[in-house]
Design a binder for this molecule. Structure first.
Ligand code: SF4
Length: 350
């Protein structure tokens, strides 16, 4: 289930020299609103610095630049220090843990560090979310989850329910059937599942990307507690950045994201979107920045109330947007033509 030529190209874009970093501190930690308990609440987010995703040994996903934050020198003692750092400033009942890879990969986050982490947060955290690739979701690898002490949700990056998009646009090294197998194991254990979907991977028109999200939400619904639609953002040293800089990739619009949320309102699963880099050059944006629309997308996701978003969507003039995405869908090459053609009329591709 791998396009080897595509994987190899992505691998060659990944930097070989690692920056000097503080191994005893997480990459970052902040607080944001989420609804792990089914209601909006302040949630701590931490990105532990680790040796990184196992998939980096072979390649990377086309949009993923998390390898920029890893270090091959992170050892178990460093992880203990990072855990202490997090626990000492923990002041919310909900915690989300990212690792630039898979928290449940025992090579990336060893079992002893996992055990130390779970024992350190017991009694402090009520709701925990960790991320993992599907291959680490096996019963034997989940026995130590602290299910008696807190609600645990595992997030899986399905990205798309279409295997051809997973292989040829994302290079995930996974498949929909692997996702289903992992989801069933989580269900058996009473662990909740958050499914991540990637809105507008390369080579898809905006209309195809919208259809892909609506289809994927439907496919993920029976297994998921919630589905997070993550619109593309451009990360450094990635394949998507390579295309974007050459005008060969166009970011999705906020209008399209709003449409996905509105059309999924009654899909039987909570669908949320908290876009990274929204309204910025490297994130989801309309041709003209629209802070109100972005805010409505955040608020409707958080509150699972889409009335204000629907009203704004219905009352706005979207005719130019509608015409443009219709025309774009007729193009063979899904490029950003405004970006590709320089002011003097020459092309920027090299
Ligand atoms: S599986 Fe996750 S961490 Fe690994 S390369 Fe893909 S997006 Fe990045």
């Amino acid at each position: 289930m791998i396009n080897r030529e595509f994987s190899g190209f992505i691998k060659n874009l990944m930097p070989r020299v690692q920056k000097k970093v503080d191994l005893d501190s997480p990459v970052s930690m902040w607080r944001e609103m989420d609804r792990l308990g089914g209601f909006p609440e302040k949630t701590t987010v931490v990105i532990f610095r680790t040796t990184g995703c196992s998939w980096y040994n072979f390649s990377s996903c086309s949009m993923c630049g998390y390898f920029n934050d890893i270090s091959p020198d992170v050892g178990i003692e460093n992880l203990y220090h990072q855990i202490d750092h997090v626990v000492s400033s923990l002041d919310t009942e909900a915690l989300k843990v990212f690792t630039s890879g898979s928290f449940l990969d025992p090579l990336e986050f060893p079992l002893s560090a996992r055990e130390y982490f779970f024992s350190s947060i017991k009694g402090k955290v009520e709701r925990l979310l960790v991320e993992s690739r599907t291959e680490y979701i096996r019963k034997s690898n989940l026995e130590d989850l602290p299910l008696d002490a807190m609600k645990v949700r595992v997030a899986i990056g399905l990205e798309s329910a279409s295997d051809s998009i997973i292989i040829n646009s994302i290079n995930k090294g996974s498949s929909f059937s692997k996702y289903v197998a992992a989801a069933e194991i989580l269900k058996d254990l009473g662990v909740e599942l958050r499914t991540y979907l990637l809105f507008k991977p390369p080579f898809l028109s905006e209309k195809q990307a919208i259809d892909d999200m609506l289809y994927s939400i439907k496919k993920a619904q029976p297994y998921s507690k919630d589905v997070s639609v993550n619109p593309m953002n451009i990360q450094s040293n990635t394949y998507v950045e390579y295309l974007w800089k050459r005008g060969l990739y166009k970011l999705p619009r906020l209008w399209s994201l709003a449409r996905i949320l509105i059309e999924s309102e009654n899909s039987g699963v909570d669908v949320v979107s908290y876009p990274t880099g929204g309204n910025k050059e490297r994130g989801v944006h309309n041709d003209n920045p629209d802070p109100q629309l972005l805010q409505l997308i955040y608020e409707s996701s958080l509150n699972q109330n889409f009335e204000d978003l629907k009203n704004y969507y219905a009352e706005s003039d979207r005719s130019l947007y509608e015409r443009t995405i219709e025309l774009e869908s007729l193009n063979l090459l899904q490029a950003d033509y405004d970006k590709m053609i320089r002011k003097d009329g020459s092309f920027i591709i090299n």
